[in-house]
Design a binder for this molecule. Structure first.
Ligand code: PHE
Length: 491
């Protein structure tokens, strides 16, 4: 049952009192004791929202005299004045008539007389034998003095004056016709019109006057207008969801840097120095104005050894490894650089870590590619880590987001073997979300990692496309406020 204020209660009771006499009332006929027009109007709006009333709107046009119209009412309409003048003088030259009446009125008079069949001939206006026109003038004057009521009773004259310039003005008015609904009628018997305290003020509390007062109940279901409050950007929202899932699964969050050494971004991952992905076409290199020394000389030796000679029974690439290439700075091309850093610093198994961070690629942008995107990176390093752990982790992660149909397709990354791309199937379509695999011994063993490592790097924006049903990945970063407002945020 909706809450109603004392003024709403008064309006309800007033209407209920008319039931049986008059079903619907115009707003202006609703006059409960002690309420002014404004209060009635506001109470009606609230009762309408609460569906205790039915409100229909009816448009009314009303007419009034303009200043010019008022003047004509005093002096007579120009055509009438001209008629009288001509009748008094016998025939009258148009020039004289215009001068007598004043330029504007004179012209109006001649035009109006012409419509009534009196056309100047040879520059002279003659009204002889036209006395019947007096009746028309009288009717016109009566119409003007009878406004606004006369507008309704004489549509023909109304039409006449609407077409004439600046004699009558038209105003639109909305009338609200109010009918009590069944719910309103029922409630009208139960509501109180007694004054209630609707706001608790400090005074009321201090001087104790609240005692014995009737308090207005706080209506939690009162209808309110929707406002555009601050909301998360869809990517921020999804990123947080992803983070929460991995945290709930017991993973530790890793953080890294936008700028990395190529050594960590690539060499540590056994990506050969002539690999096409290291090309300027694919990677943003940093042109630093000062040398930023590679912090860990030991690790450079480890990379060199792995690349040139391999590790244990694995033979390496067998080329000459160039330390300068490893010292170059890049905008990280993937967050797998954070993973390898993290594992190097946390060599004790087991480790489970993830990150959701930005990466950069020198790539042309289209409906499913961005040059700046987030990767959902993760790793599980443990004695029992295997391909089936990877399958399980992916199924669990995407399952928690509501995607249950996954496909793994064989792929290739220089640092994993086997390598698998993760595909989510939804509504008959497939979306490739990123890569995964088991780190090669050439990556793990030189860095002292003794147990198997599974790892993945998945696109967050690609996930956003299927999560929010977008056709174009670029929409996410268009910063179009209307688009963002329409966004159905799924919680
Ligand atoms: N780093 C790969 C990419 O950027 C994804 C990947 C991560 C592949 C970990 C295998 C293992 O696409």
């Amino acid at each position: 049952m909706p809450e109603v204020s004392p003024s709403e209660a008064r309006v309800l009771k007033f209407l209920a009192g008319k039931v049986g006499v008059q079903k619907s009332l115009s707003e202006t006929e609703i006059l409960p004791d002690g309420m002014n027009e404004r209060e009635v109007s506001s109470a009606i709006s609230w009762l309408d929202k609460k569906e205790l009333l039915l409100v229909e709107r009816k448009e009314h046009l009303s007419y009034a005299l303009t200043d010019e119209g008022k003047r004509f009412l005093e002096t007579g309409l120009p055509e009438e004045m001209a008629f009288k003048l001509a009748a008094k003088k016998g025939d009258i030259p148009t020039a004289e008539l215009i001068e007598e009446l004043g330029g504007k009125d004179g012209k109006i008079a001649i035009a109006q007389l012409a419509r009534l069949g009196i056309k100047p001939s040879g520059g002279v206006v003659s009204v002889k034998g036209k006395d019947s026109l007096k009746d028309i003038f009288r009717k016109r004057t009566l119409f003007l003095s009878g406004l606004p009521q006369s507008a309704a009773s004489d549509p023909e004259l109304l039409d006449h004056f609407r077409k004439r310039e600046d004699i009558i003005s038209e105003k639109k008015r909305m009338e609200r016709i109010v009918t009590l609904t069944d719910a309103g009628l029922k409630l009208s018997g139960q509501v109180s019109t007694e004054d209630q305290v609707s706001e608790i003020t400090p005074d009321l509390l201090k001087n104790g006057t609240w005692r014995g007062k009737d308090f207005r109940r706080y209506d939690l279901n009162a209808p309110v207008e929707r406002i555009n409050s601050a909301v998360f950007h869809p990517i921020t929202f999804l990123k947080d969801r992803v983070r929460r899932i991995f945290l709930e699964m017991g993973f530790t969050e890793m953080t890294g840097h936008y700028v990395e050494y190529a050594g960590w971004n690539m060499d540590a991952l056994f990506i050969p120095q002539d690999h096409p992905a290291r090309d300027m076409q694919d990677t943003f290199y940093i042109d630093a104005d000062r040398e930023i020394p590679f912090e860990d000389k030991e690790v450079l030796k480890i990379f060199q050894e792995a690349h040139e000679k391999g590790v244990e029974e694995y033979s390496g690439w067998g080329y000459h490894w160039d330390v300068e290439k490893a010292k170059q700075l890049v905008l990280r091309t993937h967050t797998t650089v954070s993973t390898i850093h993290y594992l190097y610093k946390h060599k004790d198994a087991p480790q489970a870590a993830f990150s959701v961070e930005k990466v950069f690629r020198h790539e042309s942008v289209d409906w499913k590619h961005l040059a700046e995107l987030h990767q959902i990176e993760g790793t599980y390093y443990a004695k029992d880590a295997s391909l089936s752990t990877l399958f399980w982790l992916m199924k669990e992660f995407y399952g928690r987001l509501g995607f249950h149909d996954l496909k793994f397709i064989p792929s290739y990354y220089p640092y994993t073997e086997p390598s698998l791309d993760v595909v989510v199937k939804i509504n008959g379509k497939e979306m490739e979300l990123g890569g995964s695999g088991v780190f090669r011994p050439e990556v793990t063993r030189p860095l002292g990692l003794k147990e198997p490592v599974v790892a993945w790097g998945l696109g967050l924006e690609r996930l956003a496309m299927i999560y929010y049903g977008l056709d174009d990945i670029r929409d996410i970063y268009r910063t179009d406020i209307d688009w963002l407002r329409k966004f159905p945020l799924k919680f």
